[in-house]
Design a protein around this ligand. Structure first.
Ligand SMILES: C[S@@+](CC[C@H](N)C(=O)[O-])C[C@H]1O[C@@H](n2cnc3c(N)ncnc32)[C@H](O)[C@@H]1O
Length: 237
């Protein structure tokens, strides 16, 4: 977080608020969005991926230990936006019957190609879902596509998804799940600001997630707090 590339968006918040062109302060500072920069700057890409992988190493251990039921009975799993595969590889190791696939941007998964532990698919999850849609609808469209593919290779194809009866598992900070510790809520809100500054994303409350699932046509979900900051949400058709 202290790399100049991630500090400059904070120095651009004023310009971002006053202008109406750029989607994020990151774009004001760099002239393009964060994943374009990771594509063009391998050093920044490695830094960002290493940071996220280091976080994933901790989270996946707790996920497997405390929420192992999530994976029981599944035959295949696609980690969408799975980065360099830390989480998928740990899950594949813990559940050898599970065929795990990492799906992320081609330049992110490139070093993983040929891995014997997980399948690797490079592509853009927004492709075929963004035209004419606003940001929230894109989120819904992305969810609609999740849990519907019978074959992970279809992630590349874009619009040929069929309802496969799967579920979507989301490991994410959910706001206000536990308001007994104000420091936790403050940290979650800090991440909300990071999302705003760098990616145009946000952290959501359970009610906001529920609304999103409903709009994407899912019928039900369960939510279990995981680590102090995160929860595991399972979403069903
Ligand atoms: C918060 S990180 C996830 C990190 C990952 N779970 C891990 O364990 O390292 C979000 C990921 O989404 C990927 N991503 C962003 N835009 C994408 C797109 N349009 N299509 C596919 N992946 C994308 C990024 O490259 C990044 O690896």
């Amino acid at each position: 977080m202290l790399d100049q590339a991630l500090l400059s968006p904070w120095q651009s918040v004023g310009r971002w608020l006053k202008g109406d062109e750029a989607a994020t302060p990151f774009e004001v500072a760099h002239g393009k969005d964060i994943f374009e920069v990771t594509k063009q700057n391998p050093e920044f890409n490695s830094l960002l991926q290493a940071g996220m992988a280091s976080d994933a190493r901790l989270v996946v251990q707790v996920l497997i230990r405390e929420c192992g039921d999530v994976f029981r009975g599944l035959r295949s799993l696609v980690d969408v936006g799975g980065g360099t595969g830390t989480m998928a590889m740990a899950i594949a190791e813990a559940y050898p019957q599970l065929k795990c696939t990492v799906f992320d941007l081609p330049h992110v998964v490139a070093p993983l190609v040929g891995s014997r532990k997980v399948e690797v698919v490079g592509g853009d999850m927004f492709e075929h879902t963004t035209s004419g849609r606003g940001a929230a609808q894109v989120g819904v469209a992305r969810l609609e596509r999740c849990g519907m593919c019978e074959d992970p290779a279809e992630m590349q194809g874009g619009n040929s998804f069929k309802r496969g009866g799967g579920k979507v598992v989301i490991v994410e900070m959910v706001l206000n799940v536990d308001d007994s510790l104000p420091e936790l809520s403050e940290t979650q809100l800090l991440f909300d600001l990071h999302m705003m500054a760098n990616t145009s994303g946000k952290q959501r409350s359970e009610a906001e997630w529920g609304k999103l699932f409903k709009s994407a046509g899912f019928s039900d979900y369960t939510l279990k707090p995981l680590l102090d900051l995160r929860s595991v949400i399972e979403v069903y058709h």
